[in-house]
Design a protein around this ligand. Structure first.
Ligand code: SF4
Ligand code: SF4
Length: 239
């Protein structure tokens, strides 16, 4: 415990560490801020971990800092749930959830552009991708035991490093996590080439909220994600 350092620069999400040793006997203790707690719910709901095997030390979060600029980290500026939604012990004073509709500003601006412009924008972005998979590896919603990106059989994702395959990777990943992204912003934070991945994720979140109503992934572990349930009242424009 003497070696544990926890300061305002500890930006990395903690929940994904639970998958490092999924068959570990006994309980695992984990520190969790609001985003980490939603990520834990994500993993519980996806059947990756059991709640009874985790001891969650919740930390009421006031935001973390970017180690380069010293300013509040981008992901924290857009945070809606800084207080852990699941915990066993809690440290600090709870902070109420905030709506932050402005986090969809970049998406709304992009939606105003013509289809060709949007296509060029994302092509430019994914031309930079080096397929390091850091975005996938840090993401608590990317928790498949075998990712489509690691398939070697023909017909899955090609291994060539070029824009078309990069786009297939980026867009498929966005769709895979469409109704399960907990908006921790870790993918965009770790991308070494600065692709604004949260713009893609938030486009899907915005559309899902318009089609299925207000839904925030990982806020609890009981409410099924909208794309994982069927209702006769579902809107049909997308079918
Ligand atoms: S995203 Fe929210 S809960 Fe997570 S570190 Fe930033 S302010 Fe804290
Ligand atoms: S982190 Fe960025 S560069 Fe790496 S695979 Fe993801 S999008 Fe591509």
């Amino acid at each position: 415990m003497e070696r544990l350092i926890w300061d305002e620069y500890c930006l990395t999400g903690t929940a994904k560490y639970l998958l490092d040793d999924p068959y570990r006997a006994g309980k695992t203790g984990l520190f969790a801020r609001g985003c980490d707690a939603r990520a834990i719910n994500r993993l519980i709901q996806d059947g990756q971990v059991k709640r009874e095997n985790i001891v969650i030390i919740g930390i009421c979060c006031t935001g973390m800092s970017d180690s380069v600029s010293g300013q509040m980290a981008a992901k924290c500026c857009d945070c809606t749930h800084p207080t852990p939604v699941v915990y066993d012990l809690m440290i600090g004073e709870p902070v109420k959830p905030v709506a932050k509709p402005e986090r969809f500003k970049a998406v709304a601006e992009l939606e105003q552009k013509a289809a060709q412009e949007k296509s060029e924008y994302w092509t430019r972005q994914f031309a930079k991708c080096i397929r390091c998979y850091a975005c996938r590896n840090i993401c608590p919603a990317c928790n498949c035991r075998e990712c489509f990106a690691d398939q070697y059989r023909v017909g899955w994702l090609g291994k060539q490093h070029h824009t078309a395959e990069n786009l297939v990777f980026g867009l498929t990943r966005a769709y895979h996590i469409a109704d399960r992204c907990i908006e921790c912003g870790e993918c965009a934070r770790v991308c070494p080439v600065g692709i604004p991945l949260m713009e893609l994720n938030r486009k899907l979140i915005k559309d899902i909220q318009q089609l299925f109503g207000d839904y925030h992934a990982g806020v609890d572990s009981e409410t099924a994600p909208p794309l994982g349930r069927y209702s006769l009242d579902d809107m049909e424009e997308f079918m």
